[in-house]
Write a protein that binds this ligand. Sequence first.
Ligand SMILES: [Zn+2]
Length: 279
Amino acid sequence: MPFKCSKPYPHPVETLCHRPWELAVEPFQVSPQTYYVSGQKWVGAYLIDTGDGLILIDTGIAESVYLLVDSVYKLGYQPKDIKAILLSHAHLDHFGGAAALHALTGAPLYMSKEDAQFMEACPEETELPHDLWHVQHIHIDRFFADDEPLTMGNITIRTMLTPGHTIGCTSFFWQETNPETGETYSIAMHGGVGANTMNDDYYRTSRYLTPDLRQRFLDDAEKLKAIHVDIALPSHPNQIEILDRVGSYTHRTQPYLDSTVWADFIDERVRQVRALMKP
Ligand SMILES: [Zn+2]
């Protein structure tokens, strides 16, 4: 299925806080060992069954944690099976549920050192104060190191610092094998691509992010595109359309398998960032 994306949902925080059923989505499988579990359609969260414990990538916001926990149970797991919680970047829509999930699972929280420092120094840009959502502060237990992959069970996740959207935005790369065909797939989730923090208006008021991060994002794009990815997962599901195939996964059909999607997705995000740059 070729690359498709759609516009972000209007007013997602208000909707999730007041009418969560409008954005609710059942958990669904995306690859041999990975499931979409945020329980909501605005922000993605992925659960990887390593065969020896679960890895959770991102958490959504505190107000939607119950949907995520419900997703874990619906897939036949228990929250305590989660052994590591990886956070893609220091924005509350991705780490807002981390305090509750850490308390529930005991799993260590991982983030880049760069974004942990950003979160510490700059709550107005990371916790994004809002009338409706609740901020639960977190303590990061472990920092990512790009030269030290995280291995659990039969999964090894490599991280890559991909600054731009935030200073320490981190992308994740791992491989899974199809138990029916024996094929191995390279899977990736880009940690954050929103152009909302890469425009001149943002930089004018930011205490922390500077235009060189945008340049780094643009410079890194070619390097990222050159990485072979068979299954590309979005941090927000509108950025790579995956909700149109909910519930259709089988090991045989692999509805998310398409090695052209990753590069097209990076191209689209570069185009969006350039469109916001002043001529
Ligand atoms: Zn973000």
